[in-house]
Design a protein around this ligand. Structure first.
Ligand SMILES: [Zn+2]
Length: 125
């Protein structure tokens, strides 16, 4: 596979994200990754390629100027980066909300919200 990468492109040459045509991941577009190493949804992992990269490539792939994608950018959560994190224990969601932090605590758990501590800067105001 070709290893053209943004950093390898000639200085000043316009660069494009290449969208893998007719492929979506949910509502997300799929782009060529940096260095031609597969396909990604995360635009930060997508490669920027010069126009010369289009020669001999699939005609159906789409070339985008980065500025044309700005208004469509969105935030997503990457499951790979969530490793080791635990979601909220559903059993504590049935407990009443804490007046100190407005969160649900495990029964009899002490609130750790800074706003309930006497030495909190919020309390000094
Ligand atoms: Zn609390």
């Amino acid at each position: 596979m070709d290893r053209v990468h943004a950093e390898e492109a000639a200085a000043g040459e316009p660069l494009y994200f290449i969208q893998l045509a007719q492929t979506w991941h949910g509502d997300m577009l799929v782009f060529w990754a940096k260095g031609g190493s597969g396909y990604v949804v995360d635009i930060e992992q997508a490669g920027l390629y010069p126009a010369s990269h289009a020669k001999g490539r699939r005609d159906i792939d789409l070339y985008w100027r980065p500025a044309d994608l700005v208004d469509a950018l969105t935030l997503c959560v990457n499951s790979e980066r969530m490793r080791g994190q635990k979601p909220v224990d559903k059993s504590i969601l049935a407990s009443p909300r804490c007046p100190g932090c407005n969160e649900h605590h495990a029964p009899n758990a002490e609130c750790e919200a800074p706003s309930t501590r006497m030495d909190s800067p919020e309390m000094m105001k």
